[in-house]
Design a binder for this molecule. Structure first.
Ligand SMILES: [Zn+2]
Length: 241
């Protein structure tokens, strides 16, 4: 096909003379506009993603963790990641709330999976949902800090953490007994009342996690428990360092 000024080889159509000085192909123009707007949307999505993740209070050592970089060594690992994804997907699809519990020894990647679930919500472009991470100890300490500071209000903190759509309470059972346990119970209970989803990770066994809760909190938490997974492999230290 000869390359003429008034013919677009790409679209095999005639160009149009505009302003009596330039030949343009209308299809080329609409294509480049579309690419431009797609690029704009993608840039906006990335901007939202980083802004939202920043607000989730994920600590520096977990910041780069997501469900895509969880090291998969065997079928069991694959199942864990699949289950974590399905959990988030069903919350979004059914517009429901449900809980997730991850137990196992230190170093197996419980927090990695929990943070990965938070991020996955935004990877699916559900930017309206609020997600947040806290250790159990940190969460209880935040409430306790209000008791001695007249500028802070306990109810504000309880309300804030009871209204977040998806909250990770990491490391439940570590340095969070007594008064702290009462606070954590209160938050889990209120989150159920508000129909919000809670992910708990713990070094404790799952029955010990449930024993940590008082009866009414436990029965509510269990009534909406999507899954209770245990990550525990013999050579986990070798595998996941
Ligand atoms: Zn063209």
């Amino acid at each position: 096909m000869p390359n003429k000024f008034d013919y677009c080889d790409k679209h095999e159509c005639n160009k149009e003379l505009v302003f009596e000085c330039r030949w343009v192909c209308n299809k080329c123009i609409s294509e480049s506009l579309k690419n431009g707007s797609n690029q704009y949307k993608e840039d906006l999505r990335k901007k939202f993603l980083s802004m939202k993740i920043k607000n989730a209070q994920i600590p520096p050592d977990l910041k780069n963790k997501d469900l895509n970089n969880f090291i998969i060594n065997d079928e069991e690992d694959e199942k864990i990641v699949d289950l974590a994804k399905r959990y988030m997907e069903q919350i979004l699809e059914k517009k429901t709330h449900s809980n997730f519990m991850i137990t196992g020894p230190t170093g197996v990647g419980k927090s990695h999976i929990a943070v990965g679930i938070l991020k996955y919500c935004y990877e699916l472009n559900y930017f309206r949902n609020s997600v947040c991470y806290s250790t159990s100890f940190g969460l209880a300490s935040k409430v306790i800090a209000t008791w001695k500071n007249p500028d802070l209000n306990e109810e504000d903190v309880l309300k804030e953490y009871s209204e977040i759509d998806l909250l990770v309470i990491d490391d439940l059972g570590y340095d969070d007994m007594g008064k702290k346990a009462e606070i954590i119970n209160k938050i889990i209970y209120r989150r159920h009342e508000n129909q919000k989803s809670t992910i708990i990770t713990s070094n404790l066994k799952s029955n010990q996690v449930l024993a940590y809760m008082d009866n009414r909190t436990c029965s509510r938490f269990l009534s909406c428990l999507y899954s209770d997974i245990k990550i525990d492999t013999e050579d986990f230290r070798l595998k996941r360092i």
